[in-house]
Design a binder for this molecule. Structure first.
Ligand SMILES: [Zn+2]
Ligand SMILES: [Zn+2]
Length: 254
């Protein structure tokens, strides 16, 4: 299983792109601006899109992806999310005002199909398993466990304190990596709390519950404040976790 990071910034500017990950050549985890760097040919190969939540930085490329490649494909793209997220996408995006409802058009062969998933449910696509995990954000949200036949990567999604996630992570047999957000530096921890994101102190508090040895990759860093957030994490890391920034372009093979 090959997981390529297309975007992992909390925003844009220069080469920064927001959250999107490509599994092999046919599955997306979130559809932030990172998707826009794929070629047209690569975009046509996307069959499955798993969305963590409805915030724009995680979905913005989805409407454009469908419109760009829909007519070049012979079957719909399946978008998976929990019911509450699908309802928001139907009501607020694919509503004929922001964008067409591609679950209805073209009538003979619609470009889009929604598939509701439950938290802790696994969607099996060949040898690849994608399992929705709980998240604690300002809107309905999940993270995902990505499983090959031998090991897993866990992606927290956007989340604040999340005890259920640690309980789940600690019982995974072979964990290859944990990707977890830290969106704000410490001087914005108040905003982080309101927006239900982590900041360095709350990240390290969360990591006291982490009983695995797999390396930890930090994502969703606020643009322009990446170095500060990472320096603060390093200074607080008295538990000697293996922590590094997630890099756009990084490839996990597991
Ligand atoms: Zn969010
Ligand atoms: Zn976000």
């Amino acid at each position: 299983m090959r997981l390529q990071i297309l975007g992992c910034s909390g925003g844009v500017g220069g080469t920064r792109h927001t959250t999107a990950m490509l599994i092999d050549n046919d599955i997306l985890i979130d559809a932030g601006s990172g998707v826009l760097s794929l070629s047209l040919e690569q975009l046509t190969l996307i069959d499955h899109v798993f969305i963590t939540h409805s915030h724009l930085d995680h979905i913005l490329a989805l409407p454009l992806l469908l419109d760009s490649v829909g007519a070049m494909r012979d079957r719909p793209v399946t978008v998976y999310a929990i019911d509450a997220v699908l309802e928001i996408l139907r009501t607020d995006i694919f509503n004929w005002r922001i964008w067409p409802d591609f679950t209805e058009v073209p009538p003979a062969n619609p470009y889009l199909r929604f598939s509701a998933i439950e938290v802790y449910e696994t969607v099996q696509l060949g040898e690849r398993g994608i399992t929705a995990l709980p998240a604690n954000h300002t809107v309905p949200a999940v993270g995902y466990q990505l499983s090959s036949q031998t090991s897993s990567v866990v992606f927290s999604g956007d989340t604040a304190q999340n005890p259920a996630l640690w309980h789940y992570i600690n019982q995974i047999a072979v964990l290859h990596a944990l990707i977890i957000e830290t969106a704000f530096p410490q001087d914005e921890h108040g905003i982080a709390e309101i927006a239900k994101h982590l900041s360095p102190v709350s990240l390290l508090q969360e990591l006291t519950q982490y009983q695995q040895q797999a390396p930890i990759y930090i994502t969703h860093l606020k643009p322009g404040r990446e170095t500060l957030i990472l320096d603060e994490i390093v200074a607080l890391n008295t538990q000697f976790h293996s922590i590094k920034p997630l890099q756009q372009g990084h490839v996990f093979e597991f």
